[in-house]
Design a protein around this ligand. Structure first.
Ligand SMILES: N[C@@H](CCC(=O)N[C@@H](CS)C(=O)NCC(=O)O)C(=O)O
Length: 220
């Protein structure tokens, strides 16, 4: 069934990536339109109440906010990637919300201008990760064997953790064994691997260079 789904995206946006992962998991065809966030087109500013991506266009309507987009995509393409039990579902939603703050924290660590500033941000992020470590299943995924929307929400964070580790030896998951198991299970999945543009790593490195990240400064 054609759902006529278009995502408005920015090539490096982890929030859009969540929706791409969900669409790939569900095997739903979609179109993706990339914009330059430093030069937002007028048509995008007309569409997007927050001026942020992702924006989903379907049936002449616009939906924004990645967690909401993912719930919508999930509802129109059963079976659901949310648990049925209302309490467990509420907890999953809470972790999805929480994972947005992980992305923010990671951004602050990555774009800190020096090691001291990065370490301060890293401390805060590590505290959050300790909570997540206690809440994840025995693996491989957040809730066990079955992929859920929490996995889609957290995978972009894990992908960036992996990139920072491989390029700069900065591993924020160090010591969190459950999170590590979860990370490798997610990074092995096709829906996650194919959720970014082919030159994602090169573009990310360019952005870190342009932002004069402490990791880049120290690697020279
Ligand atoms: N809460 C939003 C966050 C989206 C977001 O921050 N997107 C960034 C790109 S990764 C953006 O569009 N920033 C543009 C801006 O803030 O002007 C969501 O989950 O969709």
């Amino acid at each position: 069934m054609s759902q006529n789904i278009e995502l408005i995206s920015f090539k490096l946006c982890p929030f859009v990536q969540r929706s791409v992962i969900t669409l790939l998991e569900k095997k739903v065809p979609f179109d993706i339109t990339y914009i330059d966030l430093s030069n937002k087109p007028d048509w995008f500013l007309e569409l997007s109440p927050t001026g942020k991506v992702p924006v989903l266009k379907t049936q002449g309507e616009v939906v924004f906010e990645s967690a909401v987009i993912n719930e919508y995509l999930d509802e129109i393409t059963p079976p659901s990637l949310h648990p049925k039990d209302p309490l467990i579902k509420a907890k999953h939603r809470a972790w999805i919300e929480f994972s947005s703050s992980l992305l923010m924290g990671q951004y602050k660590v990555a774009f800190a201008q020096d090691r001291n500033a990065a370490e301060e941000e890293q401390k805060a992020l590590t505290k959050q990760l300790a909570h997540l470590e206690k809440s994840v299943s025995d693996g491989p995924l957040f809730a066990g064997q079955d992929f859920c929307l929490v996995d889609a929400a957290v995978a972009p964070f894990f992908m960036r953790v992996d990139l920072h580790n491989r390029h700069f030896g900065v591993d924020i998951l160090d010591g969190f064994s459950r999170l590590k198991t979860w990370q490798s299970a997610l990074l092995d999945r096709d829906s996650v691997r194919y959720s970014v543009v082919d030159n994602f790593e090169a573009l990310t490195m360019e952005r870190l260079e342009a932002g004069n990240s402490w990791m880049v400064q120290e690697s020279k």
